[in-house]
Design a protein around this ligand. Structure first.
Ligand code: T1G
Length: 697
């Protein structure tokens, strides 16, 4: 008997128990243990019914993703599940926690399923660039019918146990919390009632009902927009369709073929890298796992604007009271009204109840005085990007806030050390850079100052988890990790338009790569006056800042979506960018003023100049220790800027393209375009000379 799967009889029930922390993933040891335990149960003459359950936090949460990309050791999961399905005795699966992927597929191979009401079930393989590869696409539709199976398998969404009961996925749900007692009681009822072996593969009524329908074509059409650029969702549809056109065994063969195609796709590699990277970033090199973390039970926010309000919502959403401070009452009233409208919209969409709207609004207090910060555990400053104003604020906070309170700035580019220098407690000062809209975007870029204490770093990383954000700890430089790379991409995009490309051509190259929106559409969303004001600030500080056709747009009142005109124009109530001949003329006039003769620019050049300049900058960020690992940069870009997770993040994507290809192009643009941004990163050169990748770091 393997140490991860045990067999023991209780009365007439043969109990098979999996114990393989942390999530009972179906690694080789579990798969072979399951077979051995089943054989023991079959041979045990006194066992009338077999019961499969798991110790620990959850039923099996799927195949062991760490095995992917390596040769699969027999027995494969389909073989294990077949053995359970063909067992001569009824087998009951007792589900708690999250029965996911191969775990749910194993339960579907059993003859009955009982779940705790608190359990969740799902087939999330599509989120890893895969499809259920152990019979899920053939068995689930036989229980739920085609439509529901297609929805669950192509979305990867989890369903709560009561909904799974309604869908026919489980046979019973129990409000208890002792999965062993619930499992034994259900198995005993199967024995007492003499219930037969009931193989899901033999259930045919749902299959007959959908024969000949054109629902699969319709479903594919509906997927086209939602799954733009993705590979596996469409393979999921093919696999489920096979359950309605082929015999069960042939359907299983078809599922295996399609699964193999997905396993071989670069999208699977990218998505699995993103899955683990999202978890690795929480393990900060050099920050001990047991670093003390301060309790954050109340939060102060300075500024009730777009960012301040969005940040406040994150804390109210998880029951943490927030006090927002502004300089004028009408700013507080406006900020609260926006927050309420956001919550009401979520309630209208059924995401939260009206009661939750009121609960959360009740947690958001407002004030015109810093004195209301005297007891808070954390203050987050979210005002205009002006260093003098921020230092004034932090000096005041230093006077008002209690010892041990953490003083954070939401600055997106400015020097955390300089901000900290305005206080007597630099060890308690840190950057917490939220991404707009702050109540939606998952990334929280936590910026360590040179004096920020380990405790404060650990605390803001814990806060990220508490407010359901993906926290990444980064170093202090202009723009930190995300915006430092974004500024390079933006400068190249502007240069490309100056040289002859159109904004829409640049944006299309980026959306074709998989970004949700292009550089210029994103500028319109954020407001192109933001960049304009920063350029004005730099000019006032005596810097030489290049003229830009963007400035001419702002000077004509074209600020972006908020004025229904920016780089693009927008119809009433629409966010869809529309090319505007007025802007094309402004760009043409600007080129003429600058003496530039526009040239046709290829999409490939646009892709290389926008993306490789970012990768080169990312390498410099790694060299300088601003990011600890390439995966930190990947996570920042996936969760902060919508870089397509199926490409794994910019640095993972660069590894897949080949760093030699990247470096050669960087050198080409160093000659043709010039500028510090095309100075090849020494780290990039070193990796190429050693035949290594960013992942090797
Ligand atoms: N394989 C290996 N390790 C896993 C894992 C898995 N499937 N799931 C989680 N872990 C690790 C994770 O890396 C972390 O490790 C720890 O467990 C806790 O996870 C044939 C082919 C289950 C909802 O996609 O959704 O089955 O960092 O931090 O927030 O058709 O993990 O502690 O070292 O996420 O409580 C399908 C993926 C696989 C489920 C728990 N299954 N996992 O969330 O904890 S493909 C999935 C999750 C498949 C079959 C196909 C979540 C969770 P460490 P965590 P959590």
């Amino acid at each position: 008997m393997s140490e991860v799967v045990s067999y023991r009889r209780q009365g007439v029930i043969g109990v098979i128990t999996v114990n393989y922390p942390p999530v009972n993933a179906l690694g080789h040891a579990v798969r072979s243990g399951l077979l051995a335990a089943l054989e023991q149960g079959q041979a045990d003459a006194d066992a009338k019914v077999l019961l499969l359950l798991c110790e620990g936090r959850t039923f099996m949460a799927g195949a062991d993703i760490r095995e992917f990309g390596k040769p699969m050791q027999a027995p494969g999961l389909p073989q294990v599940i077949d053995a359970y399905e063909n067992c001569r005795k009824p087998v009951v699966a007792a589900i708690h926690g999250t029965a996911l992927g191969g775990g749910l597929e194993t339960a579907l191979g059993c003859h009955y399923r009982v779940a705790l009401a608190s359990a969740k079930l799902g087939l999330p393989e599509v989120k890893l660039g895969l499809l259920p590869g152990a019979g899920g696409t053939q068995r689930l539709p036989r229980l739920t019918g085609a439509q529901k199976a297609l929805e669950l398998i192509t979305s990867g969404d989890f369903v709560a146990a009561p909904q799974a009961l309604a869908l026919g996925i489980v046979d019973a749900v129990d409000a208890g919390d002792d999965i062993k007692a619930v499992g034994l009681a259900f198995a005993q009822s199967v024995a007492d009632e003499g219930k037969p072996v009931r193989r899901v593969r033999d259930l045919s009524d749902k299959v007959e009902a959908a024969k000949g329908s054109d629902m699969f074509e319709q479903f594919r059409a509906g997927l086209a927009k939602k799954a733009r650029g993705l590979f596996s969702p469409f393979k999921c549809v093919d696999a489920v369709e096979a359950a309605f056109t082929l015999s069960f065994d042939d359907g299983m063969k078809r599922e295996r073929e399609l699964f193999t195609e997905c396993m071989a796709s670069p999208q699977r590699a990218g998505l699995i890298h993103a899955f683990f990277a999202e978890r690795e970033v929480a393990k900060v090199p050099g920050l001990a796992k047991d670093t003390p973390v301060r309790d954050i039970d109340s939060v102060g926010i300075i500024g009730a604007g777009t960012m301040g309000g969005g940040i406040a919502m994150n804390f109210a959403n998880v029951g943490i009271p927030v006090t927002m401070v502004e300089v004028k009452q009408e700013a507080l009233d406006k900020g609260l009204a926006i927050i309420r409208r956001n919550y009401e919209n979520s309630a209208k969409k059924g995401r939260i109840s009206q009661a939750q709207v009121e609960e959360r609004m009740a947690l958001i207090n407002t004030s015109l005085s810093y004195d209301d910060f005297k007891d808070v555990d954390l203050v987050i400053e979210a005002v205009f990007e002006n260093m003098a104003i921020k230092k004034e604020i932090f000096a005041k906070l230093d006077e008002v806030c209690k010892p041990g309170a953490i003083l954070a700035s939401n600055t997106s580019t400015l020097d955390i050390d300089e901000i900290a220098s305005a206080t007597q407690r630099p060890e308690d000062v840190v950057g917490m850079h939220f991404f707009s809209p702050a109540n939606v975007m998952k990334l929280l870029e936590n910026v360590r100052g040179s004096k920020t204490s380990a405790e404060v770093k650990a605390t803001v990383m814990a806060v990220a988890k508490t407010i359901n954000k993906v926290g990444v700890l980064v170093g202090n430089c202009h723009g930190f990790v995300g915006n430092r790379m974004l500024h390079k991409r933006g400068a190249e995009a502007m240069a490309l338009v100056n040289e002859g490309a159109s904004p829409q051509q640049v944006d299309k190259v980026l959306t074709d790569l998989g970004y949700p929106m292009g550089q210029f559409a994103m500028s319109d969303l954020a407001g192109i006056d933001v960049g304009y004001r920063i350029r004005e600030e730099r000019r006032k500080a005596g810097e030489t800042v290049e003229a830009s056709w963007m400035d001419k747009l702002v000077e004509q009142g074209r600020l972006g979506q908020k004025t229904q005109a920016g780089v693009y124009k927008y119809e009433d109530g629409s966010r869809t960018p529309i090319v505007d001949p007025v802007v094309e003329q402004i760009i043409a006039d600007f080129r003429a003023e600058q003496g530039i003769t526009p040239r046709a620019i290829s999409d490939q050049e646009i892709l290389e100049r926008c993306m490789y300049v970012m990768i080169n900058e990312g390498a410099k960020i790694l060299e300088e220790g601003i990011a600890d690992r390439a995966l930190d940069v990947d996570v920042v870009w996936i969760y902060g800027y919508g870089f397509p997770a199926y490409r794994g993040g910019p640095m993972f994507w660069a590894d897949q393209l080949g760093l030699d290809t990247i470096l050669a192009a960087v050198k080409t643009y160093q000659d043709r375009v010039g500028g510090a941004q095309w100075q090849p990163s020494p780290l990039l050169e070193k990796l190429v000379s050693e035949g290594k990748t960013f992942a090797d770091l």
